[in-house]
Design a binder for this molecule. Structure first.
Ligand code: ADP
Length: 520
C-alpha cells in the first residue's frame, strides 16, 4: 500500500467516524460541513436535506468555520434554480472552476464582481439506498482552486453523510413514533398498565393513577392482583392462552385509595415491548353502567310487582262475574268473558315471567317446589294455547307415558315454561300444522318435549335462541320479545334440569327439557 493510499484510507476512516457517531440530524449536518471545510479546503459549505418528495426539509451553511442561519426560502431557491438543483435533477456531481462563467451557478447579490466575484465550487449529490437524500456544496473564493481529487474526497464525505443522515432520520422517526405512542398511552381515557407475566406493574398511565389514587411510584411496587379482586391463581390459569396471543376479559373491582372499589372490565393481552414478554391491561370503568343497570332492574322489579296485584284483582273480578252471570245471559256473555279472562291470564303470565327472569338472573333459588302431576301439568298448559290451536286449525297430540311419576317443581313456573314452548310451536307453525307434547321417564328424570312441523331453526341458532332478546330475522315473523326461551332456560336450570332444541330447517323444531322426579 502506498503512503498516499494509506493516508486517503485513514482520512476516510476519520471522516466516517466523525460523521456516524451522532444520531442528531443538526449535529450530523454541522459535522459534514466542518469535515468538508477542514479536509477539502472550502471557505463556504452548505448541505440541504431532502424528503422523499425531493423537497428541502433541513439545511446548514458554514462560512469561515461559522454556522450561519439559513432560511427555507434560500434552500428552495438554490434547489430550484442553482447548482444544487442541477446536481439533484441529474444525480451527478459538478466541479465548477469559475462560477461567473457557469450558468448553473445561481448568482446572489454577494456574488457581484465588486464583492466576492468569481469563485470555484463543487457540488455532489448525497445518495442513500439509491434515493437522493440531500446535496452538499463547497465554495472557494479563488477560481480554479478545486481539482478532481477534491471532487473525489467530497464525494466520499457525501457518501458517509448519506449513511449518517439516513440513521439520524431513522432515529428521529423512531423517537417521534415512541413519543406518539407514549402520548396515546398517557392520554388514554382508560387506565392502562404494562405488567410482566407475574402481574407486577412495570408502567401505568395517568388515568390509572387518577382512578386508583395511587402515586406513580407506589403503583410500580404493586401487582395486578393487589389492585384487583381477581380470583386466586387467575393469571396463572390464563397464562398459556395469553402466551398464545389470546385476549382475556374479566370483570373485577379495582381497589382505590379514594374510597369504595371501582367496578371495571379488564382486557389483557400480550404485547411486545422489548426482550421480556409483557402484558397490557386496559381497565374500563363500569361504574356508570352498573349504576344504570341497578336503576333499571329496580325500576323493572317495581313495575312488575306493582302491576301484579291490580291484575290479580281484575282476574278474580272476572271469575266472580262469570259465576254471577244468570244462565239466560251466558250465551252472549260467555265468549266476551272468556276473551277478557284469557287476555288477563296471558298478561299475568308475561309479568310473572319477566319478574322470574329478573329474580333468577340475580341468583334467587326456586324454593316453592312440590311434587307435580305430569298429566295435569300438561293439560293445563295445553288449555292455555287451545284457542290459538283451534283458530289456526292445528292438530295437537298429547303423549304421556303411563304411570309417570310426579316431578319436583314450582308448578306455576314450569307450567309457564310449557306454555311458552307450546305458544312458540303454535305461533311459528302454519295453519293446519301439527304439534305434539310428550312426557316420559328417562333415568331418574322426566323428559318433556314439544315438537312441531313448522319452519325449523338453523343449526347455528339452536343455542343462541336461549339468549335474551334473540329473535331470528325471518320476514313476516310473528311478533315477540325474544324473552320466552331465555326464561325457559333459567327456570329449567334453576330446577336442576336441562333444556335444548333440535331441528331441521323446513321440517320442524323439537324442544326438550328435563326435570327431576319428586322423591317418593
Ligand atoms: P319470541 O318468540 O318472543 O321471539 P323466544 O325466546 O320464545 O322469543 O324465541 C326466540 C326465537 O326462537 C324466536 O324469535 C324464533 O325465531 C325462534 N323460535 C322459537 N321457537 C320456535 C319454533 N317452535 N319454531 C321456529 N322458531 C322458533
Amino acid at each position: 500500500m502506498t503512503d498516499v493510499t494509506r493516508s486517503s484510507l485513514e482520512l476516510l476512516y476519520t471522516i466516517s467516524r466523525e460523521l456516524t457517531t451522532d444520531l442528531d440530524l443538526h449535529t450530523v449536518l454541522a459535522r459534514v460541513l466542518a469535515s468538508s471545510s477542514k479536509y477539502v479546503g472550502a471557505e463556504r459549505a452548505s448541505v440541504i436535506v431532502l424528503n422523499e418528495r425531493q423537497e428541502p426539509v433541513e439545511g446548514a451553511i458554514i462560512v469561515h468555520d461559522r454556522l450561519v442561519p439559513h432560511t427555507a426560502d434560500q434552500l428552495r431557491a438554490t434547489l430550484e434554480h442553482g447548482l444544487a438543483g442541477w446536481v439533484m435533477r441529474n444525480r451527478e456531481a459538478a466541479l465548477i472552476q469559475n462560477t461567473s462563467l457557469d450558468d448553473r451557478w445561481l448568482r446572489r447579490p454577494d456574488d457581484a464582481a465588486e464583492k466576492s466575484g468569481a469563485k470555484s465550487a463543487i457540488c455532489v449529490p448525497i445518495i442513500t439506498r439509491d434515493q437522493p437524500v440531500g446535496v452538499l456544496t463547497i465554495v472557494h473564493p479563488v477560481p480554479d482552486f478545486f481539482n478532481e481529487e477534491h471532487l473525489a474526497l467530497l464525494q466520499a464525505i457525501a457518501d458517509q453523510a448519506g449513511i449518517a443522515i439516513y440513521n439520524a432520520q431513522l432515529y428521529d422517526s423512531l423517537q417521534a413514533a415512541h413519543r406518539r405512542y407514549h402520548e396515546l398511552f398517557e392520554d388514554s381515557i382508560d387506565p392502562v398498565w404494562i405488567t410482566d407475566f407475574n402481574g407486577s406493574i412495570l408502567e401505568a398511565n395517568r388515568q390509572s393513577k387518577r382512578m386508583s389514587g395511587h402515586e406513580p411510584d407506589s403503583l410500580s411496587t404493586h401487582t395486578a392482583s393487589d389492585m384487583l379482586d381477581l380470583p386466586p391463581g387467575w393469571l396463572d390459569e390464563h397464562r398459556s392462552a395469553l402466551e398464545d396471543g389470546g385476549e382475556i376479559s374479566q370483570e373485577a373491582l379495582l381497589f382505590s385509595h379514594h374510597g369504595s372499589p371501582v367496578p371495571v372490565e379488564v382486557h389483557i393481552r400480550k404485547v411486545d415491548t422489548g426482550t421480556v414478554p409483557t402484558l397490557q391491561w386496559i381497565l374500563r370503568d363500569l361504574s356508570a353502567r352498573k349504576a344504570l343497570d341497578a336503576l333499571r332492574d329496580d325500576l323493572m322489579a317495581m313495575i312488575y310487582h306493582d302491576l301484579r296485584s291490580p291484575l290479580s284483582n281484575i282476574i278474580s273480578s272476572l271469575d266472580m262475574l262469570n259465576m254471577l252471570t244468570p244462565a239466560a245471559d251466558r250465551g252472549t256473555m260467555q265468549p266476551v268473558l272468556n276473551i277478557a279472562q284469557r287476555s288477563s291470564e296471558r298478561m299475568q303470565r308475561l309479568i310473572s315471567t319477566l319478574l322470574d327472569i329478573y329474580r333468577l338472573e340475580a341468583g334467587q333459588v326456586v324454593s316453592d317446589r312440590h311434587p307435580v302431576d305430569v298429566n295435569t301439568l300438561i293439560h293445563e298448559a295445553v288449555d292455555a294455547v287451545q284457542p290459538v290451536v283451534e283458530t289456526k286449525n292445528q292438530v295437537l297430540h298429547i303423549d304421556v307415558q303411563a304411570e309417570i311419576p310426579p316431578v319436583l317443581a314450582d308448578v306455576d313456573m314450569i307450567r309457564r315454561v310449557l306454555i311458552n314452548l307450546l305458544d312458540n310451536a303454535t305461533k311459528y307453525n302454519s295453519y293446519h300444522g301439527e304439534i305434539s307434547v310428550i312426557a316420559r321417564m328417562v333415568g331418574d328424570e322426566i323428559e318433556f318435549s314439544v315438537k312441531d312441523n313448522g319452519p325449523g331453526i338453523p343449526p347455528v341458532a339452536l343455542q343462541q335462541i336461549f339468549d335474551k332478546f334473540t329473535r331470528l330475522q325471518e320476514e313476516r315473523a310473528p311478533k315477540g320479545l325474544g324473552l320466552g326461551l331465555a326464561f325457559c332456560k333459567l327456570a329449567v336450570n334453576a330446577h336442576g334440569g336441562r333444556i335444548w332444541a333440535e331441528s331441521r330447517v323446513n321440517e320442524g323444531s323439537h324442544f326438550i327439557f328435563t326435570l327431576p322426579v319428586a322423591p317418593a
